[in-house]
Design a protein around this ligand. Structure first.
Ligand SMILES: CC(C)(COP(=O)(O)OP(=O)(O)OC[C@H]1O[C@@H](n2cnc3c(N)ncnc32)[C@H](O)[C@@H]1OP(=O)(O)O)[C@@H](O)C(=O)NCCC(=O)NCCS
Length: 187
C-alpha cells in the first residue's frame, strides 16, 4: 500500500516529507537501519545480526507496496531518510484484525515531532486498512516512546522480563501495548 508524499512543519521550523518509501530511497533506508541500530539499545536491531543491503531494502519496498496487510512510511529531510514506521498485519483469519507497529527515528531528529507525525499516519492508515487493534512491544526504559504511545491512547497490556539481552550480559524487559481502533472515526 502506498501513500503520496506530504510536507509537515517540524518544531525546529524545518519541513519533513512523509510518504511511502520509494525505490530511490533504498540506499538511504539501509543507512537508516545501520544508524538506528548503532544509536539506540531500545530496538531489536543489532549490527551483530548483519546490516541491510540496498537489495534487501528494494525487496522490502516492493513487499510493502504489494502487501494488502502491511504498510511502511518514511520521514525524509530533503533526500535523507531520518525516520521509518511500519504496520505489519497478520494473515490468519482469527488474528487478521490485529497488527504490530514499529517506529524508528535517527537520534539527531528526536524531539522535533516526527514521531507524532508518523504515529498519526500509522493510525489513519490502520483504520483505512480496516484494522481493529494496533499492538507493539516497547523496552521498559524507553520513556520517550512510552509517552508517545500513551499520547495516542495506547494502553499497557503487560510486561515480559528478559526480552533483550545485551553484549554486557544485562537484560531488559518489554511492555506490550495496544490501541483499540473499534469505535474510532475514520479520518
Ligand atoms: C521514541 C521516538 C519514536 C519518539 O520520536 P520523536 O520524534 O522524538 O517524538 P516527538 O518529538 O514526536 O514527541 C512525541 C512524544 O514523545 C514523548 N517524548 C519525546 N521526547 C521525549 C523525552 N525526551 N522525554 C519524555 N518524553 C518524550 C512526548 O510525549 C512527546 O509528546 P509531546 O511533544 O506532545 O510532549 C524516537 O525517540 C525514536 O525513534 N527512538 C529510537 C527508536 C525507538 O525507541 N523506537 C521505539 C521502539 S518501541
Amino acid at each position: 500500500m502506498i501513500i503520496e508524499e506530504k510536507e509537515f512543519l517540524l518544531k525546529n521550523g524545518k519541513n519533513v516529507t512523509i510518504g511511502s518509501p520509494k525505490y530511490e530511497d533504498a540506499e538511504e533506508l539501509a543507512i537508516h537501519y545501520r544508524k538506528v541500530a548503532q544509536e539506540t539499545l531500545f530496538l531489536i536491531n543489532d549490527l551483530e545480526d548483519g546490516e541491510k543491503t540496498v537489495e534487501d531494502e528494494l525487496t522490502y519496498i516492493k513487499k510493502m507496496e504489494d502487501s494488502p496487510n502491511s504498510f511502511s512510511v518514511a520521514a525524509k529531510i530533503g533526500e535523507k531518510v531520518v525516520g521509518l514506521a511500519n504496520i505489519s498485519g497478520r494473515g490468519k483469519f482469527r488474528v487478521k484484525h490485529r497488527c504490530e507497529i514499529g517506529i524508528s527515528i535517527q537520534k539527531a531528529y528526536w524531539g522535533l515531532g516526527i514521531g507524532t507525525i508518523l504515529m498519526q499516519v500509522l493510525v489513519e492508515q490502520a483504520k483505512r486498512m480496516g484494522l481493529e487493534q494496533m499492538e507493539l512491544a516497547v523496552h521498559d526504559g524507553n520513556t520517550s516512546a512510552i509517552n508517545l504511545y500513551k499520547k495516542f491512547g495506547f494502553l499497557d497490556a503487560g510486561w515480559m522480563p528478559n526480552c533483550f539481552k545485551y553484549k554486557d550480559g544485562s537484560y531488559a524487559g518489554l511492555f506490550r501495548m495496544y490501541k483499540d481502533l473499534k469505535g474510532e472515526e475514520n479520518e
